[in-house]
Design a protein around this ligand. Sequence first.
Ligand SMILES: Nc1ncnc2c1ncn2[C@@H]1O[C@H](COP(=O)(O)OP(=O)(O)OP(=O)(O)O)[C@@H](O)[C@H]1O
Length: 228
Amino acid sequence: MIEMHDVWKRYPNGVEALRGIDVKIEQGEFVYVVGPSGAGKSTFIKLMYREEKPSSGVILINGVNVKRVRDWKIPYLRRNIGVVFQDYKLLPNMTAYENVAFAMEAIEAPRRQIRRRVEEVLELVGLEDRMHALPSQLSGGEQQRVSIARAIVNNPSFLIADEPTGNLDPETSWDIMYLLQEINNRGTTIVMATHNKEIVNTMRQRVIAIEQGVIVRDELQGEYGYED
Ligand SMILES: Nc1ncnc2c1ncn2[C@@H]1O[C@H](COP(=O)(O)OP(=O)(O)OP(=O)(O)O)[C@@H](O)[C@H]1O
């Protein structure tokens, strides 16, 4: 479970990106985070994987207060949280296989486990035939599949995605959504910030809307609710 209690985020330049966030996300949920540009969606998501720290308030990830986690323990916290970005963030000089394996090497998984598990997740995302390709040899949708494989390879409880379909055409975006749905069906909690109205309105999952740093709407089977 992810819990936030009266969470505020003030950046050093004085911008208050989040102003008193209270939220609970249970294991197994699929949650869309929507809202206008600059509303605080990315900040909300960055706090979950501790890319940013809250200025005040408490964030618990499976009961662990992320503020109290010492820096050297962050890799262990992150092991439980896979992250997917709009621009994939793959290492350009490593193959698809190596990009995914790297995430297991980082947590010092046993070598014999790595090969089996990396092949398994690349198969799950439909890339078993492309595993020795470099990112530059893959389409945007394929690169996003690699990044999803990398995010789930260590079996995290949570998958956090910031605009994962932002650079993809509508058809490829839907392929990625079906993949995320399949991962959610297997028990992984998914939190996804998005501007994709069609996807949110078709999937009808929980929707949290943020405006000016405040949660203004939190609905099960919600709608996108904006025009863009
Ligand atoms: N590192 C930072 N330093 C200072 N201000 C920041 C920083 N990151 C974000 N902000 C500001 O905080 C506010 C919220 O930004 P955030 O990126 O969380 O919004 P967003 O809802 O994700 O927007 P978008 O939909 O455009 O990605 C904005 O006013 C932004 O300019």
